[in-house]
Design a protein around this ligand. Structure first.
Ligand code: SP5
Ligand code: ZN
Length: 347
């Protein structure tokens, strides 16, 4: 397994997220990637390299220009409002919901934060742009290495990506790394790719990006959005639109779901991918499905992640894994590396 590591990830280190009226310490923190890196090294799962820089043009294949422009300049704009802001993260507080206009970009910084975001749980910090851009580099490099003949690659990066849409951040995500990887595979000659999203939370950003397209099959297994973040997307009746009809598959499962039920859902997802004859696979690899996760509700055990990796490996597709969520930091390394090792040892 060839790993592309974002060595700039810790430049994004939010202080707090809004939760039930209080600012609580961020769950999405630098230790997450540090623990995965050290477990990868300990178990000798192959080379770990730093990615090449990709041009902004590659990001524009997925994200709108005005959103990218906003992200790149957001921090200096925030600090320009008040020099004291240099010590504080920026969080949105007002949003253009139904009946309000989102076609016009406001001048006011707080109004722009709302236009380009979906929640108040995702602080924007001094290093957010640099960390997120280096993460996108990892994802695109991981995809490209498949075209060069690698069987499996891993983008070890944070912040995660699957909640980020073409023009908004949220759910701890800024740039949609999995979408960027899939788009790169297509631009580089693949005819159809699948994205399998096994993070606990529905990948609303990825779904929305590809919802009307038939060149990307998006399949997600996640906590039922009626009770779980991101709440407003991820239901089973969302099957795609227009040319994309039939190319979006959601498998929501109730809070409390354990290994047996979850693995049956994975079987359904894998059969669907195999039936669709895709050229490559991108896996949004979140391990917040773990029983010990502090913000999630599934009951998977560490050993299950070996089985998951094996089942994904059995599809025998060139596969790029992209790191997403998982907040039980003590077990995060074992759980992630178990998936990768399971994949490598698949028959
Ligand atoms: C990539 C990813 O996994 N994003 C998840 C974003 C979830 N944001 C909402 C988290 C709500 C925090 N709930 C705290 C529960 C404490 N018991
Ligand atoms: Zn998640």
């Amino acid at each position: 397994m060839l790993t592309f590591y974002n060595e700039q990830h810790s430049l994004h280190a939010g202080q707090a997220e809004m939760y039930r009226g209080a600012l609580v310490p961020c769950f999405e923190k630098p230790e997450r990637a540090d623990f995965v890196l050290s477990e990868l090294q300990r178990r000798n799962l192959g080379q770990i390299v730093i990615p090449q820089c990709v041009p902004l043009m590659s990001l524009e294949r997925i994200h709108s220009q005005r959103y990218l422009e906003f992200l790149r300049h957001a921090w200096p704009e925030w600090v320009a409002l008040d020099p004291a802001n240099a010590t504080r993260d920026a969080l949105p507080s007002v949003w253009p919901v139904r009946t309000l206009r989102s076609d016009l970009e406001p001048v006011n910084f707080s109004a722009k934060m709302g236009l380009y975001s979906m929640d108040s749980g995702t602080p924007l910090t001094s290093g957010t742009w640099v960390a997120a851009k280096a993460g996108a580099d990892c994802a695109v490099n991981a995809a490209h290495a498949l075209r060069l003949g690698e069987r499996g690659t891993f983008a070890l990066t944070r912040p995660p990506g699957h909640h980020a849409g073409s023009d908004f951040f949220g759910g701890y995500c800024f740039l949609n790394n999995a979408a960027l990887a899939a788009q790169h595979l297509l631009d580089d000659g693949a005819r159809r790719v699948a994205i399998l999203d096994i993070d606990y939370h529905h990948g609303n950003g990825t779904q929305s990006i590809f919802y009307e397209r038939n060149d990307v099959l998006f399949i997600s297994i996640h906590g039922d959005p009626r009770t779980e973040f991101p709440f407003y997307l991820g239901h089973a009746d969302e099957t795609g639109q227009g040319a994309g009809l039939g190319f979006n598959v959601n498998i929501p499962l109730p809070v409390g779901t354990g290994s047996a039920t979850w693995l049956m859902a994975l079987e359904t997802a894998c059969l669907r991918i195999t039936a669709n004859k895709v050229d490559a696979l991108v896996v949004s690899l979140g391990v917040d499905t773990f029983a010990g996760d502090p913000i999630s509700g599934f009951q998977l055990q560490s050993a299950d992640y070996l089985r998951i990796g094996e089942r994904i490996g059995t599809m025998a597709l060139p596969t790029a894994f992209v790191f997403e969520g998982g907040y039980a930091v003590n077990e995060i390394g074992v759980n992630v590396v178990n998936v990768l090792e399971g994949f490598e040892t698949a028959p």
